[in-house]
Design a protein around this ligand. Structure first.
Ligand SMILES: [Zn+2]
Ligand SMILES: [Zn+2]
Length: 65
């Protein structure tokens, strides 16, 4: 189980799963052409990726337990 937590306001978000296979999305970081690092959540089966959730103007911190 992994949750996303906003360190500013304390809001938390539950697991994000792939709608195709149901697996929990894995955290990854991609680098744009401008050299900016972007946190993403992607399906380990290759079904795609989404940008990691944001709150209060910053990426929410992922917590695995
Ligand atoms: Zn927040
Ligand atoms: Zn998938």
């Amino acid at each position: 189980m992994a949750v996303y937590l906003c360190e500013v306001c304390g809001m938390s978000l539950g697991d994000i799963t792939c709608g195709t296979c149901g697996k929990t999305l894995e955290h990854d970081v991609i680098v744009t052409d401008e050299g900016e690092e972007i946190s993403v959540s992607k399906c380990s089966e290759g079904h795609g990726m989404i940008k990691s959730p944001m709150c209060c103007g910053q990426d929410m911190k992922r917590i695995d337990d």
